[in-house]
Design a binder for this molecule. Structure first.
Ligand code: 5GP
Length: 347
């Protein structure tokens, strides 16, 4: 047994310290980013916030709506092959939507069929498993890179610098970071495994940037300030599930109660998802996700405006004229236990 004693932090454990600034308005802040990648020749331009590849948030409707705000969507992997082909071939220009897949044979075959039909439109893929530490996962990332040298490959999830480096060297351009922080994730409760998300971001970003790679902070953002903290900690991209759930563009059963209208949002490893896609929870495993009801929130546009406004404002507070400068200008201050408790209860 080994005990690591250094302090590891979550979003709620810190605040961003304001800094002297020459900016007079948040409208002066540019939150788009341009990225080159370690392997792929594709150049990214946009606001690097991505809807999670959950079947409630990674929908075609979400992808179309977020694209109008220059944001991306990781499509969920449960659409039929024809539906992906239809979606990608309807796009007028190249899309920054991610095609998602796991590492099973079925996913691989479906992906190959789809990309053959829409080779120009699909530029981004998200290879997603709950535990990115297996040899089989690394080998799969290598296989996809060798087969498709031009694709932008995002792969995860991991939470440590060593594995971030390994995935980048295996062919990933973007490493997805986060084990356990998700709003409908129960991995930490069910297994005791996890890593405080802000520290995971800081450590994985440091490892990735040393090699010319990128990271996507995935999970745990509950308010726009958390997204600002993720970027401040070094994330190149931030992925959101719960913050984008419950909207018209999100999928999920509508539930009417005396308290109002709700939409069901559930983890992709929850009993709900496994009943829907895998014929129930297999005997050898337990669900590692839960279902919650989210008040129906209408169109996504207002939420997007709040998110982007929050990130722009964070940049103004530290004098970052561009999102790119936010990490450099971020000093986190640890909050006291008392404030931490109060802050943790904020909506
Ligand atoms: P959120 O933004 O809701 O906090 O987190 C979204 C992320 O939670 C997803 O992108 C994914 O990485 C993770 N996630 C989604 N469903 C599950 C699940 O059922 N179990 C676990 N462990 N993580 C999940």
């Amino acid at each position: 047994m080994h005990l690591e004693n250094s302090v590891k932090l979550d979003f709620k454990d810190v605040l961003i310290r304001p800094k002297r600034s020459t900016l007079t308005s948040r409208s002066e802040v540019d939150i788009t980013r341009e990225f080159k990648f370690l392997h792929s020749p594709v150049k990214y331009y946009g606001i690097p916030i991505i809807a999670a590849n959950m079947d409630t948030t990674g929908t075609f409707e979400m992808a179309s709506a977020l694209a109008t705000h220059q944001m991306s969507t990781a499509l969920h992997k449960h659409y039929e092959h024809d539906e992906y082909v239809d979606f990608f071939s309807r796009l007028e220009k190249k899309s920054s939507a991610f095609y998602s897949l796991g590492i099973g044979n079925q996913d691989w075959e479906k992906f190959q069929q789809t990309i053959t039909k829409a080779p120009e439109a699909i530029q981004y893929v998200c290879i997603d498993v709950a535990n990115g530490y297996t040899e089989a996962f690394v080998a799969f990332v290598k296989k996809v890179r060798e087969s498709y040298p031009n694709l932008v490959i995002m792969a995860g999830n991991v939470v440590t610098g060593d594995m971030t480096e390994e995935l980048l060297l295996a062919g990933a351009d973007i490493v997805k970071v986060g084990i356990g922080p998700g709003s409908v994730c129960t991995t930490r409760k069910m297994t005791g495994v996890g890593y405080p998300q802000l520290s995971a971001i800081i450590e994985c970003a440091d490892a990735a940037h040393g090699l010319g790679g990128r990271i996507c902070a995935d999970g745990g953002c509950t308010v726009p300030g958390d997204i600002a903290k993720a970027f401040g900690g070094g994330a190149d991209f931030v992925m959101l599930g719960g913050m984008l759930a419950g909207h018209n563009e999100s999928a999920g059963e509508i539930v009417e109660t005396e308290q109002g209208t709700f939409k069901r949002f559930y983890g992709m490893s929850s009993r709900n998802a496994m009943n829907k896609y895998s014929g129930g929870v297999a005997k050898y495993r337990a669900a590692e996700g839960k279902a919650v009801l989210i008040p129906a929130r209408g169109p996504i546009d207002q939420t997007v405006q709040d998110i982007l406004g929050g990130v722009r404002s964070a940049c103004t507070y530290v004098g970052a004229r561009r999102l790119k400068e936010l990490t450099m200008r971020t000093t986190f201050v640890r909050v006291s236990m008392q404030l931490n408790e109060v802050f943790g209860k904020a909506p």
